[in-house]
Design a binder for this molecule. Structure first.
Ligand SMILES: NC(=O)c1ccc[n+]([C@@H]2O[C@H](COP(=O)([O-])OP(=O)(O)OC[C@H]3O[C@@H](n4cnc5c(N)ncnc54)[C@H](O)[C@@H]3O)[C@@H](O)[C@H]2O)c1
Length: 317
């Protein structure tokens, strides 16, 4: 059945891919984005576009919407350390206004982009949703605060909500791919070396307690992530706030990613070893057992070479 969805942040990387999947599934999509880090041309053809801020969501939201998929946020960990107020204002203040607009308009379903950064330094691996949350950056703290707000909204006002805690999102889907400025994610940075836009890739620490000494992360294809959102919006149940990790449960080290980029692009990719960065856990790998059980999610693009190949095709556009 066709439904009507508001996608906040749908001009950004993940939101645009999810909006595209919703349209392909036959739904009506309105993108609300202030273009602070997104791109007008990223909004999929077939979506209605409103250039505006989530703080003003009440201007546009009405009871004709079946659900909101909420991607709009600032998400640079390093920037959040030097400008925490920017993250509290947009991520927390913006979401408070959005939740109020949803309550007012009686839109009762929400899917929220949460993050692995809510956990901070893991106490065990893979990370499950019942593990302690102790974020090490204002970014992670702002996302955790929103998760708490949503839990209260579900309990008090009957919202049906799913928070999806993404690990490292990567890859591309058709016309939509990753374009952060500044870029901080490993795969697009290594691809910039392959494109001659950067001389070498820096490896921040090669003395971690991991098989090759470099940090291990869980990479998830953005199209697999999009499928989880379509399932989540159906699974959202009034009065319940479900939290699901999204990752493949496989970790790849920084050196494995660089080697994969060498194989996919045929470029030698020079590397430079630099000191560790503060706040980088050695291993971040998700247990996605909850997403599999509760959403029926079954990722099909876990292969790292395939993820890198899709990101490379997008980077060369
Ligand atoms: N990319 C990842 O690996 C990753 C991992 C974990 C969580 N997340 C979360 O997923 C979401 C999407 O991330 P992304 O990588 O696509 O980021 P992105 O910066 O590409 O997209 C965010 C979009 O939100 C818009 N936006 C920001 N503030 C807004 C506001 N107040 N009103 C309207 N629009 C606003 C931006 O213009 C942008 O288009 C974010 O909430 C992020 O925290 C991303």
């Amino acid at each position: 059945m066709s439904r009507k969805y508001l996608v906040t942040g749908g001009a950004g990387y993940v939101g645009s891919v999810v909006a595209q999947h919703l349209i392909e599934a036959g739904h009506e999509v309105t993108v609300l984005d202030n273009l602070s880090t997104g791109f007008r041309e990223g909004v999929p053809a077939g979506a209605k576009f409103i250039e505006g801020d989530i703080r003003d969501a009440a201007k546009w939201l009405d009871s004709s919407y079946d659900a909101v998929l909420h991607f709009a946020a600032f998400s640079q960990v390093g920037e959040s350390v030097v400008k925490p107020e920017k993250y509290w204002d947009n991520n927390v203040g913006g979401t408070m206004a959005l939740l109020a607009a949803m309550r007012e308009a009686d839109v009762r379903k929400l899917v929220f982009s949460s993050t692995a950064a809510t956990y901070g330094e893991p106490v065990s691996s893979p990370i499950t949703e019942t593990d302690p949350t102790a974020p090490t950056s204002p970014y992670g703290a702002s996302k955790l605060a929103v998760d708490h707000m949503i839990t209260g909204e579900a309990a008090a006002h009957g919202l049906g909500a799913v928070s999806l805690r993404y690990f490292n999102v990567a890859g591309a889907y058709g016309e939509q791919g990753e374009r952060h400025d500044p870029e901080s994610h490993l795969i697009p940075l290594v691809l910039q070396v392959a494109q001659g836009k950067r001389e070498a890739i820096s490896i921040f620490g090669d003395d971690y307690p991991t098989p090759d000494g470099t940090c291990v992360r869980d990479y998830i294809h953005v199209a697999d992530l999009a499928q989880a959102h379509l399932l989540a919006v159906d699974a959202a149940t009034p009065g319940e706030h479900l939290i699901c990790n999204l990752g493949n449960g496989n970790g790849f080290s920084v050196r494995e990613v660089i080697e994969t980029v060498r194989q996919v692009t045929g470029h030698p990719i020079p590397e430079v070893t630099a000191p560790r960065r503060g706040g980088d856990p050695a291993i971040l790998v998700a247990s996605a057992a909850t997403a599999r059980e509760r959403l029926g999610w079954n990722p099909t693009r876990a292969d790292l070479a395939g993820i890198v190949a899709d990101a490379w095709a997008f980077a060369q556009r």
